[in-house]
Design a protein around this ligand. Sequence first.
Ligand SMILES: [Zn+2]
Ligand SMILES: [Zn+2]
Length: 377
Amino acid sequence: VSETTSRAAVLREFHEPLTLERYPVPDPEPGGMVARVAYGGICGTDVHLQEGRLPIPRPVVFGHEAVGVVDALGEGLDTDAAGAALAVGDLVAWASNIPCGRCRACVVRGQRTLCPNRRIYGINQRADAWPHLSGGWAERIVLRPGSTVVRVPDGVSAEDAISLGCAGPTAVHGMEHLAGHDLGDVVVQGAGPVGIAAALFARLRGAERVVLVGGPRSRVAVCRDHDLADATVDLDEVPDVSDRLTAVRALTDPDGADTVIECTGVPSAVAEAFELVRPGGAVLVLGQYTDRGDTPINPHVITRKQLRVHGSWAFAERHYAGYVRALPALLRRVPLGQLVTSFALEDVNDALAQVRAGAVIKAALAPAGVTPARPAP
Ligand SMILES: [Zn+2]
Ligand SMILES: [Zn+2]
């Protein structure tokens, strides 16, 4: 690996494979840093971005979730977002987005996830503009001033820290919408990283029982093996919706679940959530991150059951910091690093295909060889 250039996986056009390109590594700006990427996580959203489902600029270095090691610190940056001292060589994780801090959403409404000017690593920073290395699927990433950088707690490995990817802070934000709501029996729809993160944080928040509904079979088996839920319902085994309602209701309070957290990204799952929740319960729609079209919903059920329905978009600084702070507690429940399948940077398109197929729980590229790669299954 050259000290002055870095390879990066770049999307040049929608529907095209990513290509490996090389960019110069600049010195960090004051208040910024350069990090050596240990892992750049691959998320379902990356698959959707490659398919052109969100309007993003091109070319772009992918990788909106990553962890790495401090390579160079810019002038004036000597602590992380939580105030802990930072030094070259520290293992750190960083939030993908930087809200502008000046718009009505940021300042007047205090809703930083809804800032229309957010800069997002790996998604909306052009690779053909300085500093080029603005995504985590690269040997080096240039973190700009204003980034939320958090030192990874002692005892937490890079693999542990990448295991939930952006789903971790997304779930932390989602749970914030349920503040003041007694979680009780929780149904989590979805067995991907968002579903796993939601199940874990629901347990940390004191859920009585977690029932996870999802697929494919291999993912549900991993959830069962790691005891991520008290009960699971496999979509492959119960593909019919009304059979599934019966099966899930048998595992919750007979009136229905106190809380349903949708983490599938499949539009029809929202209608199913309204059926699974009890009267007076809460539904959190967390998984519909990209627009996959309309779905029939009977709104009568929202009124009749007096439902609370929440949407939650991405995450802001405090959610990211909260996620990293929670990692030791999550690790006491689940060996997070075991959820990760790592790939070399040059195998990026193979890794994307595995994520598209749902063949892995969490795929992560190991670009700088900081952590020895484990072979894919
Ligand atoms: Zn993501
Ligand atoms: Zn803003």
